[in-house]
Design a protein around this ligand. Structure first.
Ligand code: SF4
Ligand code: SF4
Length: 443
């Protein structure tokens, strides 16, 4: 894919780098997160290279304590969304391939220097996207019987298994424990879990499995989570959720026709023809201004109506998790649109790529193969958005019940309004005329 990005056709719909990355990878990613769990982190190609490199050299440093949070990844997540729009990454096979190579390099540098899975836990924006979305997945890695853990003396699930090396001062890792610092008996939900299954292999009592659960259940409770702490005290994770949810809106906004009119108007207002400052204003409006106004006002109102004593900031952080289902609904609708309408494009593009190397084993490219017609995809998009809206209302109602058991509607009402505004914006965006990014239009 990377080679095709650098040396293949420069037209995005005919190149494997753009077609696989922006149509198939993203679409399959959100669908698997919804239907199963974080299996893309399990199969992450970047870790393959890291694990191979670790056979040659060992990382020496611990990740700095001050950076053990999500702030770097929140910045990178927003930064990637911004660069995606600014540089039209979806239309450039070269820059898409360069981004993948850059990612490999970043993993090698971070995990080459720092012990454990520092890149996955504190840096990787794709991983953070998966962590947030997988709070809605129906599967999680969990201990089967907590009584077995109480009697367990080794705690291999977190420590792993080691043996002394020839040099007495060193050791050989026989089996890694959880490198994401999740101690299984106290692990709650999917946040920070890469589904690597190291703990499953490490547990000497075969007491860990991939088990079913109710999607979103982990958002509705606030226990102390191993390796994560309390959701309600993690401003960094709340910020990640906000970028996840409002980032879905701005990412979709960048592909609908009205964006051009807004960009032109903003350009005139600030007298510039450069796209970067104009996009900067749009991103600030979506990722900073809108969340501040919406969550700030809702938190203030629900606090006043329920007579709660928590600060407005605390209420806003806690209820921000309400937005996860709406956010995933929007990502599913958006990426699902490209995925279903372009699902077959991988066939002719692969045929053409093989033919260009002089090995046309799959025959001539079937350029008319694209995907499902838009009219069949739109009901599916609407279904995803509705599912997200209902999920968000469910989470908000659960919080409201805890806040004000006698009259939960008082706490719930402002958050219903927030969900309705974000939901209505999502539906409006999805039904605007869209650009068919990295797609062939039937020939
Ligand atoms: S999960 Fe396995 S290794 Fe970890 S504490 Fe429980 S029994 Fe021990
Ligand atoms: S070791 Fe287990 S708990 Fe830790 S990230 Fe991997 S699958 Fe999740």
């Amino acid at each position: 894919m990377i080679l095709h990005g650098f040396f293949g056709p420069t037209l995005a719909p005919k190149n494997l780098a753009t077609v696989l990355t922006w149509i198939h990878f993203r679409g399959a990613l959100v669908l698997v997160l919804l239907c199963a769990g974080n299996f893309f982190c399990l199969a992450c190609p970047f870790l393959l290279l890291r694990n191979a490199a670790r056979k040659l050299f060992k990382p020496r440093f611990s990740w700095p304590r001050a950076l053990r949070n999500k702030w770097i990844s929140v910045g990178l997540f927003a930064g990637i969304l911004f660069c995606y729009e600014l540089f039209d990454l979806w239309s450039s096979p070269y820059w898409t391939a360069a981004l993948a190579l850059g990612y490999f390099a970043a993993v090698l540098i971070v995990d080459g220097l720092f012990k454990h899975a520092a890149f996955c836990k504190f840096v990787c924006p794709i991983g953070q996207f998966n962590f947030v979305a997988s709070t809605l997945s129906p599967l999680e890695v969990k201990v089967r019987d907590s009584r077995v853990c109480e009697k367990c003396a080794t705690k291999d699930c977190i420590k792993g298994r080691r043996a002394e090396a020839e040099k007495k001062s060193e050791f050989v890792i026989l089996q890694r424990g959880c490198e994401l610092a999740l101690y299984l008996p106290r692990k709650v939900g999917n946040m920070d879990c890469t589904f690597c299954l190291d703990c499953v292999h490490a547990c000497p009592h075969d007491n860990i499995g991939v088990v079913g659960r109710m999607p979103a259940s982990e958002l509705m409770a606030d226990p102390l989570r191993s390796g994560v702490g309390y959701f309600s005290r993690r401003k960094d994770i709340a910020a990640l959720v906000i970028v996840f949810a409002f980032g879905a809106l701005v990412n979709a906004f960048g592909m609908v026709r009205p964006v051009y009119a807004v960009e032109a108007w903003l350009g005139r207002m600030i007298s510039t023809t450069h796209e970067a400052p104009v996009l900067g204003i749009i991103f600030a409006a979506f990722l900073i201004f809108a969340p501040l106004v919406l969550l700030g006002s809702a938190a203030r109102m629900s606090r006043a109506l329920s007579g709660g004593r928590s600060s407005v900031g605390t209420v806003a952080v806690r209820y921000s998790y309400t937005l996860v289902p709406l956010g995933l609904g929007m990502w599913l609708a958006h990426y699902g649109f490209h995925f279903f309408t372009g699902i077959l494009t991988v066939v002719p593009v692969t045929q053409a790529a093989l033919a260009s190397t002089g090995v046309p084993i799959l025959g001539g490219p079937f350029w008319t193969w694209t995907g499902m017609p838009t009219r069949f995809v739109q009901p599916i998009e609407l279904g995803f958005l509705l599912l997200g809206f209902m999920g968000s209302l469910m989470v908000a109602h659960q919080f409201a019940q805890e806040d004000c058991a006698e009259n939960p509607l008082r706490s719930f009402a402002p958050w219903f309004v927030v969900c309705a505004i974000v939901g209505a914006a999502s539906v409006w965006l999805m039904f605007q005329p869209m650009e068919m990014r990295a797609m062939l239009m039937g020939g």
